[in-house]
Each structure stands twice: as C-alpha cells, then as structure tokens.
Ligand binder design. Structure first.
Ligand SMILES: *[C@@H]1O[C@H](CO)[C@@H](O)[C@H](O)[C@H]1NC(C)=O
Ligand SMILES: *[C@@H]1O[C@H](CO)[C@@H](O)[C@H](O)[C@H]1NC(C)=O
Ligand SMILES: *[C@@H]1O[C@H](CO)[C@@H](O)[C@H](O)[C@H]1NC(C)=O
Ligand SMILES: *[C@@H]1O[C@H](CO)[C@@H](O)[C@H](O)[C@H]1NC(C)=O
Ligand SMILES: *[C@@H]1O[C@H](CO)[C@@H](O)[C@H](O)[C@H]1NC(C)=O
Length: 497
C-alpha cells in the first residue's frame, strides 16, 4: 500500500498543476441594438424612464439567459445598453440610480428596498442570480453633493457613467465610474480620480473599464494590466468606427495583443451611425468577433478562453518594439513623400509604386520600415506607407506614434488616409516596423470588408509585424499603433472649469 501512495500522489500533483495552467472558461459578449429614448433629449418622469429601461433589459435578459444556457460564466453588455445616449444633463437624471459602494455587501435581488429606488440594479442582480452567471452592465450613478465640495455641480449632484457587475448569487461585486469621458458625454461628470476596479473569481482576475478608457489616457487601462495583473478586461463600449485605424474590432483586438490580456468587448449595434463591432479578444488573436453593417439585430458571441492567459503555451513573449527598426542603417531609397490626414492627424506618406520593395518613411522621431510583396500591382488601387509622431487633438487629446501601410481611398494620392472599406490588392508578404519611443504599441491588420486576420500574422520579439503566409483577403491596412503616454496633455478633469 505504502509503496503505491507516493507515486500516485506525485502523479496527481503534476496533473493538477497542468490542468490549472490550461484552465479555460466560456465568456460571452452581447452586441445590443439599444432602444433609444428618441432623436432629441426630452424630460420624462422616472416611471417613463424605467419603462424604456425595462424594454432594453428585456432584450438583455434574453441574451443573458441564452449565454448561461450555452455555458458562459460571464457576459458583458454594452455601454449605454440600458438607455442610450440622447440626453442633456437634466433629461438624463430620471434614468439614474444611486449605486452604493460594493463593500456594503448587497444582493439587490434579495434586499430590493435596502438602498431606495434601485429597480435597474435589482433587475440586473436577479438576472445574474436566476441564470447563475456574472453579469456586466453599464448604467448611470447619481451622487448628491453640496457647497462643502467646491467641485459640486450647480444642480447638487454628480452623474457618473458607471459599470456594474453581479456574481452568480446576484451579489453586487464591482462598480466602476468611467474616467475618460468622450467629448459628447457632457451630461456626465468625471470622477475625481481614476478608479482601479478589479475582482477575483474561480476563473481569473477581472478588471473593468469603458470605451475611451482604452485610448485616451494611461489610467486606469495600463495599471489594470501591469499593476493589478488582471487576466481579463471587461469592456462595455459604444464605439463609432473610425477607419482607417480606429475601427472597433481592429483597435480592440490590437490592444489585447499589444497588452497581452483577454479583452471582452461588447459594443452597441447601430449601423446607421457606424457603431458595430464586438469580440472576445485574446493575446494571440480573436477566437470570435462580429462586425455587421447590414442587419438591425443584436448578436451574442461566445468563446472558450484561457483563465490565465500568461500561463498558456501560446502566450506571446514581450516585444521590444523599436529593436529591429533602430538596428537598420540608412537603407531608404530616395523617395517622394507627401502628406495626408488620418482622422485629422497629418501623416507623412510614400506611395508603394512597385509590386515589391523596401521603404522607409519618417516623421519626427518615428521612422517606419516596410518590406512587402503584392501578388500583383493593380492600376486601379494605390497603397502608401505612412508615419505619424504627434499629439492627436480632435475628440480627445492623446499622443500617437504610428506606422501604417494602408490603401488610399482612390488612386489620387490626396485621398491617402481617408476611410475606405474595400480592397482588391492581395499581399504575398509584409514586414512593418518602427523606431518607437514607447512600449505601448498595438498591432493591427484589417482586411477588405472590415475583417480581421486571426492567425495570419505575428509580431516578432524585435518589433516586426510580419505576415505568416500570403494573406487570405485583400488588405485595407497593416499598422503599428503606438501610444506615448508620457507626452499626453493633462487630463481634462484638471483643465476644464
Ligand atoms: C454636505 O455633504 C456632506 C457629504 O458630502 C455631508 O456630510 C454634509 O452633511 C452635507 N451638508 C449639508 C449642509 O447638507
Ligand atoms: C485577487 O487575488 C490576488 C491574488 O491572490 C490578490 O493579490 C488581490 O488582492 C485580489 N484582488 C481582489 C480585488 O480581491
Ligand atoms: C529595445 O532595444 C533598444 C535598441 O537596442 C534598446 O536601446 C532598448 O533599451 C530596448 N528596450 C527595452 C525595453 O528593452
Ligand atoms: C528588401 O530588403 C531585403 C533585405 O534587406 C532584401 O532581401 C530584398 O531583396 C529587398 N527587396 C526588394 C524588392 O528590394
Ligand atoms: C525617441 O526615439 C528616437 C529614435 O530612436 C531617439 O532619437 C530619441 O532620442 C527618442 N526620444 C526620447 C525622448 O526618448
């Protein structure tokens, strides 16, 4: 007996360690076609506000139920998914609830009266409990204040864009007030500090952030990953697609790869105003994503992903983004450069005039190198290599360093950088690199029809973004999107009155 016990125990231990390293869970995101309050802001009673919110919650409940039935442990629903975004500060008020600090230890579904008027919170909690799934939703928080606080708004309360999370018992486990409001969100207030909201589960550590948090400022995004070491970011969003470089699926999948973290992105579905694109993004490419400009319906996405991506054998190694490019000597042929605007930023471009070649284009400190081979050089399409090193200042201020290979809108080079969503030119190979001053670089590859290219490219540890084989569809853009946080402007919370 004794002879057998030791080895059996040892084998069991090895198996247990291996199993935990490879542990997976099913995650869900729901792209929701939100029912809006109307085309213009209007004053409504709290009863009418709740009626509208319940219509959206009915649809979200259908998705939550289906996700749970398919084995999902957690579901993310979009920013503005319960009441939309057509508000003034005043007309939003009836839609808000006072959301307590989760430390109060509260299951709203069990104690619905404990914090006053909290119908939305109670309903979300009850859904999580009933279907036994973590539920992530976005709603509005209101907090009274008075003249003892010099920043208190004149109407006597703060209004916050807020994510809430409930566990499988319906317990309220996380509350996050969005720190980086988009330019149009004038009906919400900035929280005084960035909040770092994380929680632990048996399937990993989670961090919560919202929409522009992924682009506008360093915090809370970077600390959630680097300091709090979350496995998965929960990301409710309402993201307007902005080609050529800031399409939702393009940028969010690139962020998951660059930051080497799981990223569950749930977007609104509203093709009429270019809002679509959700996905379950992981460090080595998305198992599932959705982009649909044709239908009006919502969409549930599910995928099985790693509990701890950093323990996975496919976890990508860290990258020195400037290593390859800064090792190159002055290889650039004499080429003609020109300028063009990409989402208001003035890039330096060079046309890819041959079927294959090596090009270098620089702007300030960033030099971008490209080696490429097209399957054929078409006469009806133009491509360019672009470099940008500067502060973006429209609809948010953030410092960028970017290298991009993109299709110009037409063969007129003045159109390079303008949005275009179809292409015919196939690439046999590409290798793109740049002399970045930042280690926050997000690798993007976007194909015709606004499709991603999972498994078709990789990033080498020396910072080259390379194709693996010839690319399955014509290419819209290949980019290294860098954020140099050290050169950002101060947060608007410190500059606005
Ligand atoms: C002002 O608000 C603080 C909390 O923010 C509260 O403690 C205090 O009682 C309030 N004062 C008045 C006069 O309402
Ligand atoms: C989650 O677990 C980690 C590691 O055990 C711990 O360091 C961290 O404080 C926990 N976070 C929360 C929010 O409980
Ligand atoms: C990346 O490589 C460059 C060039 O060799 C080197 O100067 C730099 O220190 C490296 N950066 C990191 C973060 O290792
Ligand atoms: C580009 O450079 C690589 C390596 O430096 C070289 O092997 C290749 O022939 C060059 N391609 C063209 C088309 O000049
Ligand atoms: C940025 O990178 C360029 C090129 O590698 C280098 O010349 C420059 O000194 C760097 N600037 C800073 C502030 O690090």
């Amino acid at each position: 007996m004794v002879d057998f016990q030791l080895p059996t125990f040892a084998v069991f231990l090895i198996v247990a360690v291996k199993a935990s390293a490879l542990e997976k869970y099913t995650a869900a995101v729901y792209e929701h076609s939100v029912i809006l309050t109307g085309d213009t802001p209007k004053n409504v009673t709290p009863e009418d506000a709740l009626k509208l919110m319940n219509k959206n919650l009915d649809i979200l409940e259908g998705a939550i139920k289906e996700a749970a039935e398919q084995g999902a442990r957690i579901i993310v629903t979009p920013e503005f998914g319960i009441f939309g975004w057509v508000f003034t500060r005043q007309t939003l008020y009836p839609y808000l609830e006072d959301i307590p600090d989760p430390q109060v230890n509260w299951i709203p579904c069990m104690e619905p009266e404990r914090f006053g008027s909290t119908s939305v919170q109670v309903r979300l909690s009850c859904m999580a409990k009933k279907y036994s799934i973590y539920v992530v939703a976005n709603m509005g928080d209101k907090k009274p204040c008075n003249s003892s606080d010099p920043k208190c708004p004149s109407d006597g309360h703060y209004q916050y864009n807020t994510d809430v999370v409930y566990d499988v018992e319906g317990k309220f486990v996380a509350r996050y007030h969005k720190y980086n409001l988009f330019a149009t969100e004038t009906y919400y207030d900035y929280p005084k500090e960035p909040e770092f909201v994380t929680f632990n589960t048996s399937f990993g550590t989670f961090g919560v952030m919202t929409c522009a948090d992924v682009l506008n400022f360093r915090e809370p995004a970077i600390s959630l990953v680097e300091k709090f070491k979350v496995d998965t970011i929960l990301f409710p969003t309402a993201w307007t697609n902005t080609l050529p470089l800031l399409d939702a699926i393009q940028f969010h999948s690139a962020w998951a790869m660059g930051m080497r973290v799981n990223f569950l992105s749930a977007n609104i579905h509203n093709p009429a105003i270019d809002i679509t694109g959700s996905g379950i993004f992981v460090p080595d490419g998305p198992p599932v994503y959705y982009y649909d400009m044709k239908t009006e319906n919502g969409k549930l996405l599910l995928a099985e992903i790693d509990v701890h991506p950093h323990l996975s054998p496919t976890y990508p190694p860290p990258v020195n983004w400037s290593l390859y490019a800064s090792s190159l000597k002055n290889v650039s042929p004499e080429i003609q450069v020109f300028t063009g605007a990409v989402y208001y930023d003035i890039f330096t471009f060079a046309e890819l005039s041959k079927q294959a070649g090596n090009y270098t284009v620089c702007q300030k400190d960033v030099c971008c190198h490209l080696s490429y081979k097209m399957a054929e050089k078409r006469q009806d399409e133009a491509y360019a290599l672009g470099a940008f090193d500067g502060l973006h200042v429209i609809e948010g201020e953030y410092y960028l360093q970017i290298c991009t290979l993109l299709k110009c809108k037409s063969t007129d080079l003045k159109t390079c950088g303008q949005p275009v969503d179809t292409a015919k030119t196939r690439f046999d190979s590409f290798s793109l690199s740049g002399t970045f001053n930042t280690s926050y670089v997000f690798p993007e590859v976007l194909l015709t029809g606004t499709q991603l290219a999972p498994g078709e490219f990789q990033v080498l540890t020396d910072g080259r973004l390379i194709s693996k084989n010839s690319i399955s569809k014509p290419v819209l853009s290949v980019s290294l999107f860098g954020r140099w946080y050290g050169k950002d402007s101060p947060h608007p919370q410190f500059t606005s009155p």
